[in-house]
Design a protein around this ligand. Structure first.
Ligand SMILES: [Zn+2]
Length: 295
């Protein structure tokens, strides 16, 4: 199974944990750029969150915007790829490590997302860094959809699909069929237990179902880019899903035997998945997430 020790080191950088945000060295976070296919780049921000950029004659399309605080280096990395305008920004979902950069990129890009993301970013919520209130209009999605959407850009077809009830209620995936790249946002924490935001309509069993649907629906020869962890092949994704699903089965079996949630943790029933717990979601947090959903 894929491991990325550098990623492990940066586990504390993930998501919108406001308690640690003050200690983060935002300016010191680097952006590592990898070309996945002609014109399609993965930009790994702070060894934590993945952004994807697609460039061509018409400009840039960017998938996710990372943190508000890493916008200067993200913009610099995007400018190194292309000096053409950022025409579109797609938010795969609402979390601040994917939408914070909307504040900067939204100055020139039209933002696309599921409608629930627009509702959240326009609401009087907290963004995760103790800054209350809605985003300005240009940092909110201007184009929202349910179901699916077909974008024709840079002489290429890009297929967007909304997969509800996974990581959140508003997860979007993007398929670049000519480039053979599939961007799945936080439906994939590659190599790790995933965070599932139940408070935002996520569901751990739904996330697993959505990954199955992806494996059944798309061709085998794709590069799959998740929001966190390294890019994967489809066969690596399949291997990962088998392991993730077996962790859910282990929780279900232990619960069915009459053990309560504290006993599952005390017995370390997920000890065989130790490497899965080294990123953001520990063995205990994965038990917390899954336990209520299995019988
Ligand atoms: Zn997320």
């Amino acid at each position: 199974m894929i491991r990325n020790s550098i990623t492990v080191i940066f586990l504390a950088l993930l998501i919108s944990a406001s308690s640690v945000s003050a200690q983060r060295d935002w300016a010191g976070m680097k952006v590592e750029t990898t070309e996945l296919a002609p014109g399609v780049f993965r930009l790994f921000v702070g060894n934590s969150v993945a952004v994807v950029a697609f460039t061509g004659p018409d400009g840039l399309l960017v998938v996710d915007a990372a943190y508000e605080q890493t916008s200067p280096q993200l913009l610099e990395a995007l400018r190194a790829i292309s000096d053409k305008p950022i025409r579109y920004l797609v938010n795969t979902h609402l979390h601040a490590d994917h939408t914070g950069g909307n504040l900067a990129l939204g100055m020139e890009a039209l933002i696309i997302a599921n409608h629930s993301v627009k509702d959240w970013l326009a609401s009087d919520r907290r963004r995760g860094d103790d800054v209350p209130g809605p985003f300005p209009v240009n940092a909110q999605p201007a184009l929202t959809f349910e179901g699916d959407m077909h974008l024709y850009f840079n002489d290429t077809d890009i297929y967007l699909r909304h997969l509800p009830e996974g990581h959140t209620r508003g997860d979007i995936i993007l398929y670049f069929d000519q480039a053979k790249v599939l961007v799945v946002g936080d439906l994939l924490f590659a190599g790790y237990f995933p965070f599932v935001d139940v408070s935002q309509g996520g569901n751990p069993l739904g996330l697993i179902n959505n990954l199955h649907w992806i494996l059944q629906t798309y061709p085998e020869d794709l590069t799959v880019v998740g929001g966190h962890g390294p890019a994967m092949s489809m066969s690596q994704l399949r291997e990962y899903l088998v392991r993730l699903e077996s962790s859910v089965a282990a929780i279900a079996t232990a619960k069915a035997s009459g053990l309560n949630i504290d006993e599952l943790k005390a017995n370390r029933i997920l000890a065989d998945w130790e490497s899965f717990g080294t990123f953001f979601i520990t063995e205990d947090r994965w038990i917390d997430i899954v336990y209520p959903y299995v019988n």
